[in-house]
Design a protein around this ligand. Structure first.
Ligand code: AHR
Length: 325
């Protein structure tokens, strides 16, 4: 290519780059397709942080304006956030209720304002009809069933005659706490080997998981065969306490966890956790698509459960791919 040809080529590239830049700006200045107010519970776990990140990313991809409020683990902060969304006249409200009770008044206000409400992750308990449009979240009952079925298989393979279980639960009166416990208890109910020594509230927090485990070890010592923990965070808090007390988690005590975050999967690979039931935080895509349908006045599915996996020492754990949360 001669000097002239090269300069022409260069100027064509520069024009192409400028046009690409203009297109990018045009896309960025496009009006959002709707305004979504989302009240998140807090930042109590890697799961929750991954869930927030996923919702932010998907709002960007779908060009949805997101008003995101973090309630720092307080129901009153969620109620205040929903009231702000109503005052701001957002198109759709979504929230993850920290507990099931106590939402009727604020949801009636949203209904009166004509703003549809989507439940994300957790459910509410109400006598009133039509306060929310749908629930996008995991099948927590089935997670409890999967955890219990693993335990039954493990007890069979180890030929255990008695199995003493301690349960560290998530936040009292929250949907995952209630349903995971129900699924687990219903499934072990027919198995005479199983005894639940104690269920204790760990509030889905790592620090509480450690505290609960210290109490359980002090009370039941070497009679504990199994820890069933309702999330990875509490499990990761409990493990060092078990080790400090002189037990080997994964061997002396069977460890069952829920969520499937990267840190817990790494510990499963080390053999210090036996089983992790997945609860995916990736609910953003379904949330954005549902919000767009509601804005367009279309029907939506009233219940959307994401597909979930199950990881345990029964499989080749080296094949588990990076988790992304
Ligand atoms: O509601 C989902 C639960 O909440 C996750 O299991 C837990 O980690 C989170 O805090």
């Amino acid at each position: 290519m001669g000097k002239r040809g090269f300069l022409k080529f260069l100027s064509l590239i520069m024009i192409a780059v400028m046009l690409a830049g203009c297109k990018g700006n045009e896309e960025q200045s496009e009006e959002p397709r709707l305004l979504l107010g989302f009240s998140q519970i807090g930042s109590e776990s890697a799961w929750r942080i991954g869930n927030t990140r996923d919702i932010e990313e998907k709002a960007d991809i779908y060009n949805i304006g997101l008003m995101l409020e973090n309630a720092n683990q307080k129901q009153e902060n969620q109620i205040a956030a929903i009231r702000r969304f109503i005052a701001y006249k957002v198109d759709v409200i979504a929230f993850s209720p920290i507990v099931e009770e106590g939402w009727d008044n604020v949801l009636q206000e949203a209904k009166d304002a004509g703003i549809p409400v989507i439940l994300v992750d957790r459910d509410i308990n109400t006598e009133k009809e039509g306060l929310t449009t749908c629930l996008i979240g995991a099948d927590f009952y089935n997670e409890g069933v999967m955890a219990a079925n693993y335990l039954i298989r493990k007890a069979d393979s180890l030929e255990l005659e008695h199995v003493n279980i301690v349960e560290i639960t998530g936040t009292q009166n929250s949907t995952p706490m209630r349903q995971r416990q129900a699924g687990f208890f219903d499934t072990i109910a027919g198995d005479e080997r199983m005894t639940v020594l104690e269920s204790i509230d760990g509030d889905f927090l790592k620090s509480r998981g450690a505290e609960c485990m210290r109490h359980l070890l002090a009370t039941y010592g070497d009679t504990i065969d199994v820890v069933f923990s309702h999330n990875d965070e509490m499990t990761l808090g409990a493990l060092p306490e078990i080790e400090k007390a002189g037990f080997v988690p994964g061997k002396d005590i069977i460890i069952i966890s829920i969520d499937g975050g990267q840190e817990a999967i790494d510990v499963l690979k080390e053999g210090r956790i036996n089983c992790v039931v997945e609860c995916t935080p990736k609910l953003g895509k379904a949330l954005m698509e549902t919000a767009l349908k509601l804005k367009a006045g279309q029907e939506v599915d009233t219940l959307i459960h994401p597909e979930e996996q199950f990881f345990s020492d029964e499989q080749d754990t080296s094949l588990i791919t990076p988790r992304g949360y």
